[in-house]
Design a protein around this ligand. Structure first.
Ligand code: AMP
Ligand code: MG
Length: 428
C-alpha cells in the first residue's frame, strides 16, 4: 500500500471540474419515431397557427348570432374534414360537427341540445354570443410562437406538437457512446458460480441500468483482470469507439489498483480523490483524441443524418470505486450530470430539496456523506428515514432509496429533527 498523491477535492468542486470539461455532443436529425426521449437541439417554432381554421368545439348548428331565436333554414352540413361550401346568409344555418370548419357568414355554434328542430328548420335560443363554441384560428398556438425549447426532453406532448406542425424529423443531440468495464481478479460473470474468494460482477449491470436510464448507448467490455497490459489494451481499443469510458474498481491505493496510473499515462487525471462518502477514490480524467480521427459509424435508425461533425474531440474517463454503493453514488453525483450535459439537457442535476431527518445521522470528519433514505410527507415537509446500514458494500441501502441526504463533514453528526439538503431520486 502507498499513500495517494491526489488531493482530496470538495464534492461540488469535483462536480464542476467534470462539467467544465464535458462537451455538448453534436446534432443529428432523426425521424419522429426515434426522437422520443431525446433532447431537442434547436427551439421548435410553429410554422403555422393552430387551429389553422375556425373549428367547432361541439356538435350543433353554425348560425349568425343576430338570428338568435328565429327559425332558420338548414342549408347543409360541415363535418370534420368535410367543410360546408356555402355561406350562412341571414335566416339560414348549417349542421356542424366537432372539428368541422365554421362556415363563412356564421359567427357562433349552438349546441345540438339547445335547439328545436322541425324538419329542415332549426330554432335557436336567444340571446346568442358571437364567438361561442368554436376555436378561433391561432387560439392554441400562434404562427411563429416557440412551442418546444432547445434542451427539452421530447415526451408525449412535445412529440405530439411536432407532429401537429408536420415535422417528420427533429434535430436532437447525439447520445453519448459509453464503454463500460469492470476490473478485478475476484470477479466472475453473472450465471457463473463464484469460487472461494470470488464475487459476481454486479456493478456492470447496475451501471448499465444507470447509463441506459440517462440515455447513453452502452458498449459492455466485460471484466478486465488486475493486469496492467490486459487492462490497457481493452481501454485503448474501447476509447477509439466511444465518447466516455466508465470503469468500476481498481481506483483505491492498493497495489492492484491500476486504473489511475493507466488514465494518467493516457491523458490527464483531474480528480483523483473526493471528500465524499461513499466514493472517496472517484477518479475523473480526460484523454485526448487520437491524432487521426476516423469517421464515426452511421447513425442508428436508418436515414437519420448527422448535421454537425465533432471529429477530434477528446474523451472522458470515469474511474468509479469498486464497492457497489460507491460506484452508484459517484455515478449519480458526477457521471449522470455529465452525460446529461453531453445530450444538451437544459437541467443537469436532480432536484435538491430540504428534508427533515427522522434519524440521528452520523457524520464523517473530513467528508460529506450522501446517506440513502426513504421519504414520507408530514404536512408540507418531507421526512427522511435511513435505509439501514450505510456500508458502501450494502447495495440494499440504495434499493428503494428515494433520496440521498447530504450530511456535511463534522465530528458530531446531525440530530433527528434537523433539516438538511437532499438529492431527490423519487418523491413519495
Ligand atoms: P476495488 O475498488 O477494486 O478495491 O474494489 C473494492 C471492492 O468492491 C471489492 O473488494 C469488491 O468487493 C467490490 N467490487 C469491485 N468490483 C465489483 C463489481 N464489478 N461488482 C461487485 N462488487 C465489486
Ligand atoms: Mg479491485
Amino acid at each position: 500500500m502507498r499513500a495517494s498523491a491526489y488531493p482530496l477535492v470538495e464534492v461540488d468542486e469535483a462536480a464542476d471540474l467534470v462539467l467544465d470539461r464535458t462537451p455538448i455532443l453534436g446534432v443529428e436529425r432523426v425521424a419522429l419515431a426515434h426522437s422520443i426521449g431525446r433532447v431537442l437541439a434547436e427551439d421548435l417554432a410553429a410554422p403555422a397557427s393552430l387551429p389553422a381554421f375556425p373549428s367547432s368545439a361541439v356538435d350543433g348548428y353554425a348560425v349568425r348570432s343576430s338570428d338568435a331565436g328565429k327559425p332558420l333554414r338548414v342549408l347543409g352540413e360541415s363535418a370534420a374534414g368535410r367543410p360546408f361550401a356555402g355561406t350562412i346568409a341571414p335566416g339560414t344555418a348549417a349542421r356542424i360537427l366537432t372539428g368541422g370548419v365554421l362556415p363563412d357568414g356564421a359567427d357562433c355554434v349552438v349546441m345540438v341540445e339547445e335547439v328545436q328542430l322541425d324538419g329542415e328548420v332549426v330554432t335557436t335560443p336567444a340571446p346568442l354570443r358571437p364567438g361561442s363554441n368554436f376555436h378561433r384560428p391561432g387560439a392554441d398556438v400562434r404562427a411563429g410562437e416557440r412551442v418546444v425549447l432547445a434542451g427539452t426532453q421530447l415526451g408525449a406532448a412535445e412529440v405530439g406538437l411536432a407532429a401537429a406542425f408536420g415535422f417528420p424529423r427533429l434535430p436532437v443531440h447525439r447520445r453519448p457512446r459509453v464503454a463500460l468495464l469492470s476490473t478485478g481478479d475476484e470477479l466472475v460473470e453473472v450465471g457463473d458460480k463464484p469460487g472461494r474468494g470470488q464475487i459476481v460482477d454486479s456493478n456492470r449491470w447496475a451501471l448499465l441500468a444507470a447509463l441506459r436510464e440517462v440515455g447513453a448507448e452502452v458498449r459492455g467490455l466485460g471484466i478486465a483482470p488486475d493486469e496492467p497490459e490486459a487492462l490497457r489494451q481493452l481501454v485503448v481499443d474501447a476509447l477509439r469507439e466511444v465518447d466516455v469510458l466508465v470503469t468500476s474498481g481498481g481506483v483505491s491505493v492498493g497495489t492492484h489498483d491500476l486504473v489511475k496510473p493507466l488514465l494518467e499515462s493516457l491523458g490527464t487525471v483531474h480528480v483523483g480523490r473526493v471528500k465524499l462518502k461513499p466514493g472517496k477514490p472517484f477518479t475523473f480524467a480526460t484523454i485526448p483524441a487520437p491524432p487521426s480521427p476516423r469517421p464515426g459509424p452511421p447513425p442508428e435508425g436508418g436515414g437519420d443524418s448527422h448535421t454537425s461533425q465533432e471529429g477530434g474531440r477528446g474523451k472522458l474517463a470515469f474511474g468509479l470505486p469498486g464497492f457497489p454503493v460507491s460506484s452508484l453514488v459517484t455515478f449519480e453525483v458526477f457521471v449522470r450530470p455529465a452525460l446529461r450535459k453531453m445530450q444538451g439537457f437544459a437541467r443537469l442535476q436532480r432536484p435538491m430539496l430540504p428534508v427533515r431527518l427522522a434519524y440521528d445521522a452520523p457524520a464523517t470528519a473530513d467528508r460529506t456523506e450522501y446517506q440513502r433514505v426513504t421519504l414520507r410527507r408530514e404536512g408540507r415537509e418531507l421526512v427522511a428515514e435511513s435505509t439501514g446500514s450505510q456500508s458502501s458494500s450494502r447495495l440494499m441501502s440504495l434499493a428503494g432509496a428515494q433520496a440521498l441526504v447530504r450530511i456535511p463533514p463534522g465530528d458530531q453528526g446531525i440530530k433527528a429533527g434537523t433539516t438538511v439538503e437532499a438529492m431527490i431520486l423519487s418523491l413519495p
